[in-house]
Design a protein around this ligand. Structure first.
Ligand code: F6R
Length: 236
């Protein structure tokens, strides 16, 4: 694991964006695994700036997102599809038909999850996966459990996750209690992983994920077994 301590959130975002930009330049048809939440917003701003400066071409890039709330339509302002459009896709020349976010309205979620994994396999797997980390150590919405779940699945969100995400909704009651998430196999088979975390409240869980036992109680700890993980943390 390559652990980088950044001075600020801006620096963290720039370092991560440079890694992603390098990936796209090296392989223009890269498959990016993307995350939502507050942590990657700065990365997406940096990528948009690089695109506007003529440094990046997203025309061949494909993307698969980690997760989506069950029950939210793509147009819902708190859906992760909406987030991706507003924070990245609408501002660069990515072909939206090459972007995938789990379908929160899928009628048959089991069939959807299976098809999502098959789709990721069919495009050759993920070249670079962007991750945040939840206060309970979740990645994607792989919540602490007695076991790791390999495939894309429906996860029941921990109370602490609902609490953490309530800031994006009008009230805590509006936060969906389940989400479709890529499983640990989708994440762990990515060729390269960049995890970003900022804020003092992420410090302890990140320390445990990096230095503690590999355990499904702290899902991010499984990243210790991956060959190419960069973790960028800024306390501010
Ligand atoms: C989002 C995701 C989540 C977040 C995590 C941290 O797609 O998969 O694991 O990365 O909950 O969220 P923030 O960045 O809002 O603290």
């Amino acid at each position: 694991m390559n652990v980088i301590i950044a001075e600020s959130y801006d620096e963290l975002s720039k370092i991560a964006a440079n890694i992603i930009a390098g990936q796209i330049k090296e392989k223009p048809d890269s498959v990016l695994g993307l995350a939502t939440g507050s942590s990657p917003v700065g990365i997406y701003k940096e990528l948009i700036a690089k695109y506007n400066a003529g440094e990046l071409d997203f025309s061949k890039v494909q993307s698969v997102n980690l997760d989506e709330y069950v029950g939210l339509a793509p147009e819902h302002e708190q859906s992760y599809r909406y987030f991706m459009n507003v924070n990245l896709f609408d501002h660069v020349n990515i072909d939206k038909s090459n972007t995938r976010v789990p379908d929160g309205l899928a009628a048959d979620t089991d069939a959807f999850c299976k098809a999502y994994d098959e789709y990721i396999d069919s495009i050759g797997g993920i070249d670079l996966q962007v991750l945040g980390i939840g206060p309970d150590g979740h990645i994607g919405f792989n919540e602490p459990d007695d076991h790791f779940t390999a495939g894309t699945h429906v996860a029941v969100l921990e109370e602490s996750t609902v609490d953490a995400n309530a800031r994006f909704f009008e009230s805590r009651n509006d936060v969906p209690k389940t989400a479709i998430t890529m499983g640990m196999k989708g994440i762990m088979t990515a060729k390269k992983i960049v995890l970003v975390a900022n804020g003092a409240n992420k410090k302890d869980v990140l320390f445990k994920a990096i230095n503690g036992d590999v355990t499904p109680r702290i899902p991010a700890s499984l990243l210790q077994l991956h060959r190419d993980v960069t973790i960028i943390f800024s306390e501010k």
